[in-house]
Ligand binder design. Structure first.
Ligand code: GTP
Ligand code: MG
Length: 369
């Protein structure tokens, strides 16, 4: 059943909780601000205090966001979203860097990917969106999120190191997300490189590459020597063609927060992968339990753009708070709706936290007795 604490009810009526408690006392009920009451009682109290009640069920609130369907007649091809995964130091960022021909690796602290970067490149006039993930063991959640927001996983395996723990973990993330894998056997330029060892290593984890009689495309590459990068891109485009990826660019946008941080000068900055629809300046968005009005959109080249089409990674400025990586972002009708959804989600999060703390206290008390 729907419930609310006395304190929360008082807050929402802009009344003092002590007045609510007094009222309840007059009705013969002794309660404290933290006590939880049922919706029916809350409604009664609210009307006694002269408020009109509108119950907001979860389904109502959430429906306000995802009320738009893709228009089948408007569907258009969209670029594939490719996540680069693999064990730490196997060359994910270097590979992406070589593909972009810019220098991301040298800009990172110690050459270790600190966060997910997202970029778009063009091959034969076709766009490909790449998401980089860190290989370090601590970033399991990021790899899982990367796999979920993605169409194709490029599994980078260093030919001098072969299959390692985060290689296996990446395979599992891709498989559980139902995402096809393309294997990039990297560092093929190195003296100790052994591509066939990589292939047999993958075999043990049920990744069957073509030369082993399977269907998984594999390409031997060298990020540093720029070897076979075009072959890798072609394999990606081939795989993408099989997937026949489409989105409706005319509907309101939905996407996924890849990363977000509070920037001193610019305020909250969310890197968002637009997955369907077109995100525009001025759109009112909700992401997780934060909302905002899109003030500026900045593409992966640092340019200001007016709108972002499906599969575009873009920095979104104008959020009121900083959403979390992995949050869904969606455009909503107006500011009122956005606030309502954000408030509702913040309240749910608070209540969950309270319940969790209470649970922990309970178990602590049990431990102590
Ligand atoms: P994390 O993000 O920390 O998981 O690492 P990563 O997979 O992004 O690896 P990164 O691109 O940072 O490369 C790790 C090291 O391998 C760097 O010193 C690169 O110069 C080197 N490296 C990457 N690709 C190649 C390659 O094709 N050949 C050789 N010889 N070295 C490479
Ligand atoms: Mg990296």
């Amino acid at each position: 059943p729907e419930t609310i604490s006395i304190q929360e009810l008082a807050n929402r009526m802009s009344e003092r909780s002590v007045d609510v408690i007094k009222f309840l006392m007059q009705q013969g009920q002794m309660m404290k601000p933290g006590d939880i009451i049922e919706a029916d009682l809350a409604e009664l109290i609210a009307s006694e205090f002269g408020h009109t009640v509108r119950r907001v069920a979860e389904s109502d609130v959430e429906e306000g966001i995802f009320n738009v369907e893709d228009n089948v007649e408007k569907l258009q091809s969209r670029p594939p979203v490719v996540t680069i995964m693999g064990h730490v130091d196997h060359g994910k960022t270097s590979l992406l860097d070589a593909i972009r021909k810019t220098s991301v690796v040298s800009g990172e602290s110690g050459g270790i990917t600190q966060h997910i970067g997202a970029y778009q490149v063009e091959q034969d006039g076709q766009k490909i969106t790449f998401i980089d993930t860190p290989g370090h063991a601590a970033f399991t959640a990021m790899r899982a999120r990367g796999a979920e927001a993605t169409d194709i996983a490029v599994l980078v395996v260093a030919a001098d190191d072969s299959v390692m723990p985060q290689t296996i973990e990446s395979i599992n993330h891709a498989k559980s997300a139902g995402v096809p894998i393309i294997v990039a056997i990297n560092k093929i330029d190195k003296p100790g490189a052994d591509a066939s060892k990589v292939r047999t290593g993958l075999l043990q984890h049920e990744v069957f590459v073509e030369s082993m009689g399977g269907e998984v495309l594999d390409v031997e590459v060298s990020a540093t020597k720029g070897l076979n990068l075009d072959k890798l891109l072609e394999a990606i485009l081939l795989q993408a063609e099989l997937l026949d990826l489409k989105a409706d660019p005319e509907r309101t946008a939905e996407g996924s927060v890849i990363e977000a941080q509070l920037d001193k000068g610019r305020g909250p900055v969310a890197t968002v992968l637009v997955q369907t629809g077109t995100l525009k300046i001025g759109d009112i968005v909700v992401a997780g339990d934060e909302w905002g009005r899109v003030r500026a959109l900045i593409n992966d080249k640092g340019e200001q753009i007016k709108e972002a089409a499906p599969s575009t990674p873009v920095e979104v400025l104008g959020m009121q708070g900083t959403p979390l990586a992995g949050d869904r972002m969606a455009v909503v009708e107006n500011e009122g709706k956005a606030r309502e959804i954000a408030d509702y989600r913040q309240r749910v999060a608070r209540e969950k936290q309270v319940a969790k703390n209470a649970g922990q206290r309970g178990s602590l008390e049990q431990m102590m007795s």
